[in-house]
Design a protein. Structure first.
Length: 199
């Protein structure tokens, strides 16, 4: 993807530099948007940022405030003391990228699917999720809503225990239980978590 001059100038302003010091390259792995590594080489130690271009138009049609939502979630994660990227800037409008964008800090780490210390890795994942759920996020403007079309749910044809599926679907379609409202991730899985030293 080639960025327009307007897009590069927005990036430079957001970072506090000029376009001549910017180096932008695609990052691998994202399936729901285009993600780029932005490096500012103005000093001997380049600063690194991550730019997420929210170019999934189907998602945007359902959630036109997606950039604002993600920006607020990043800020809420910082309030909760979570090890998550910090928000640098965002725009819900097309400012030269062809879609809304979120610019955030870069965090070192790797996706780990075959850890040498499985128990430690699993405990780390569970601990991070528990930390997310300890945060109440009272001022967060967005509330949970299911992405599932409950009316279309049916036991899968391949299942050998359709009765169990029918019971599960019945529970999903019933009234939601009273619950203590907390901050949630909504897409928490090992390929969405960065690890260091195998944990």
């Amino acid at each position: 993807m080639t960025f327009s001059l307007d897009a590069r100038e927005w990036l430079a302003r957001s970072i506090g530099t000029t376009t001549r010091y910017l180096d932008i390259g695609p990052m691998k792995g994202s399936t729901s948007s285009s993600v780029f590594l932005v490096q500012c080489s103005r000093s001997t130690t380049p600063q690194r940022f991550v730019l997420r271009v929210l170019d999934n138009h189907e998602w945007l049609a359902e959630e036109p405030d997606l950039a604002a939502h993600e920006a607020a979630a990043l800020e809420e994660a910082q309030k909760a003391g979570l090890r998550a990227p910090s928000l640098v800037a965002y725009s819900s409008d097309d400012i030269g990228f062809g879609a809304p964008v979120v610019l955030m800090s870069f965090i070192e780490g790797n996706i780990e699917l075959w850890p040498s210390n499985f128990q430690g890795w699993l405990a780390g994942l569970a601990g991070a999720l528990a930390a997310i759920h300890r945060h109440t996020a009272h001022a967060f403007a967005w509330r949970y809503r299911s992405w599932v079309e409950k009316a279309t749910l049916a036991p899968p044809a391949w299942s050998t225990i359709p009765g169990a599926w029918e019971r599960a679907i019945e529970l999903v379609r019933s009234a939601e239980p009273d619950a203590h409202v907390v901050f949630i991730h909504r897409d928490y899985h090992p390929t969405n978590v960065l690890c260091t030293r195998g944990l």
